[in-house]
Design a protein. Sequence first.
Length: 304
Amino acid sequence: MCDYLLAKGMTLVGVDNLLTGSRQNIAHLASNPAFEFVEQDVTEPVDVGPIDYVLHMASPASPKDYLEYPIETLEVGSTGTRQMLEVAQRYGAKFLLTSTSECYGDPLVHPQTESYWGNVNPVGPRSCYDESKRFAEAMTMAYHRSRGVKTSIARIFNTYGPRMKLNDGRVVPAFVDQALRGEPITIFGDGSQTRSFCYVSDLIDGLVRLLVSGEAYPTNIGNPSEMTISQFADAIVALTGSKGGVVYHALPEDDPKQRKPDISKARRLLGWEPKVGLDEGLRVTVEYFRGLPPTGAPVRTATT
Ligand code: UDP
């Protein structure tokens, strides 16, 4: 997102406490005068001076990460969202919340339209993420309705691409890492659960279109091309030539059985739809991961 906006001539301030992120991902921007980085938790008051847009994207996003940091995840969705909305209100800036398809929980409506209210377990292990984002949406709508803040809400579906963490636990880096090391691919459950994977450049295009739109209600941004996790494992094997096979592990509690965005609204309102197919997106992603040090090795950062 930073690369995209800087290329458009914008000036940015990035705020991140790097709880799950990596400074390495912005190392190439360190000498760019149009980019400033503040290492800070957005649950603390932030003042970055007058700005035109607030993109509130802060949160752990991998199930492995938010299960490790459940309270931080709830805090960033609640207090963090409020702090960012305060910044937007103070400067009359447009606010974008990156919410999630997890708002639909284990959905009983398929594909998921924005009008579906979801099937979320409010006390299960994933609730720290799901309810945090649902609260964030409610807080955003409250600032919009009662304080007139210009806001938009994107519900992001599984996104992938370069600069993900190799060991963040999500299915794309996990399968690519295992395949590249010739280890068995770990399918959770029987692999019949579905996901729909969106390449990062498509996501960014959709988010920016939504940011400059006048739409306040949630809008799905994702790729409707749906597949089972077994099919996804096959795609990774075909791309990497892995001979490691697959191994089956228990399905995590409350793991959604199916997920596919209905993107009619984004098509109609934003003129947006994904352009990058899975083959092309995965090829670039695998190339990126091939260049990384193996799991467990320290990742070099700008400061070390
Ligand atoms: N998954 C898997 N093996 C892994 C990691 C994930 O089979 O090593 C499955 C997981 O159970 C889920 C899907 O892949 O059904 C997507 O998981 P991910 O953690 O990427 O994101 P989610 O969509 O669950 O938020």
